[in-house]
Design a protein around this ligand. Structure first.
Ligand code: TRP
Length: 340
């Protein structure tokens, strides 16, 4: 008997400017996960519509950029399903249905929504309804494929909890339709912080570019930004891991750990007695090497648009086949009658 592997679903918004935080928190694990799970890697373009600011970058381009990064991170179309969310209309269909099983009050409790509203107050932007309903579309993404695991950063954990609650509520009414997903969070690196404000998450939409290392940064920017990263003024200076007391140093340790594939504990032994300035040089060196090789691979894929489009097309067909099954089951249960 062939045992099926557990299903893993992951997605990133194609909102451009992916950061080293996105890589370390999520994409870094994708390649090796393909061996242990049946993986679906989605480009969440419908989610990106919630925060379209202007048309400087067309979504079209951003989607292909993101797809190229997926491939550069080692996602293999022969092992995994890689697809674009809007190509699989079942996501929008299930989204509506799940809206009918979600509570206004539970959406109001979403930290990410509250933070976004707070940020927007200071700018002139209005808040669209999709921003509020955003986690339900995420739930639809996940539940369509009977997903067992969702690798996410800390900030998305609450959305996975919400997904479970919605699924459970539906299952209670209609029998076991949905698999309840679990989040997969790695101990270090699930939340990379800003370089100048290490108590704040590194965000691709940060207005201060010095806070963020972008995956496409050149070597000069990397040097400049890490050199200026905030540390602390402990005397004598000592490198150790403590998020509260030493957020800046701990953040650089997490970044170094991810790009060297070394555990923070091992790094700490190696860095015993090293000065902050020397430590930063080491971080600069490893981050530059790492990004350089990632970028080479990225540009290689990005220059072949017809290949990218074929991958997305094939992926959508495979994703549709799987999601159709779940949706048909749900339509039947809800009495949404079909005559074909
Ligand atoms: N909201 C996620 C992010 O911004 C992207 C996303 C969309 C996602 N759908 C998902 C992540 C489903 C995990 C599972 O990072």
């Amino acid at each position: 008997m062939i045992l099926n592997k557990p299903v893993l679903f992951s997605a990133v918004q194609p909102s451009g400017n992916l950061t080293i935080g996105n890589y370390i928190g999520t994409m870094r694990h994708w390649s090796s996960m393909q061996n242990n799970y049946d993986c679906l890697y989605c480009i969440a373009d419908l989610h990106a519509l919630t925060s379209i600011k202007n048309n400087i970058f067309s979504l079209n381009t951003l989607i292909l950029d993101t797809l190229s990064f997926y491939l550069a991170c080692g996602v293999d179309p022969n092992k995994s399903i890689i697809f674009i969310q809007s190509h699989v209309h079942q996501h929008s269909q299930l989204n509506w249905i799940l809206n009918c099983f979600s509570e206004f009050s539970e959406l109001l409790r979403m930290t990410q929504f509250k933070t976004k509203i707070h940020e927007k107050k200071t700018s002139e932007k209005t808040i669209n309804a999709a921003l509020f309903n955003y986690p339900i579309l995420m739930a639809a993404d996940i539940l369509l494929y009977q997903t067992n695991f969702v690798p996410v950063g800390q900030d998305q954990k609450q959305h996975i909890e919400l997904t479970r609650n919605i699924a459970q509520r539906f299952n209670n009414l209609y029998g076991s339709i949905f698999t309840l997903p679990e989040s997969l969070i790695s101990q270090y690196g699930s939340k990379i912080m800003s370089l100048l404000e290490p108590k704040k998450k590194m965000s691709k939409s940060d207005i201060n570019y010095k806070n963020v290392i972008y995956l496409l940064d050149d070597i000069y920017s990397i040097k400049f930004k890490i050199k200026n990263a905030v540390t602390d003024s402990e005397i004598p200076s000592k490198i150790y891991y403590d998020i509260d007391k030493k957020p800046g140093i701990s953040n650089l340790l997490e970044i170094l750990s991810a790009v060297t594939h070394k555990d923070v504990k091992i790094l700490l032994k190696e860095l015993d007695g090293v000065m902050y300035s020397e430590f930063k040089k080491i971080v600069i060196d490893y981050v530059s090497k790492f990004l350089n090789s990632l970028q080479k691979s990225y540009y290689n894929y990005r220059s072949n648009e017809s290949y990218l489009k074929k991958i997305a097309y094939d992926g959508a067909i495979k994703a549709q086949l799987k999601s159709k099954k779940t949706l048909k089951n749900i339509y039947d249960k809800l009495g949404l009658i079909r005559f074909h």
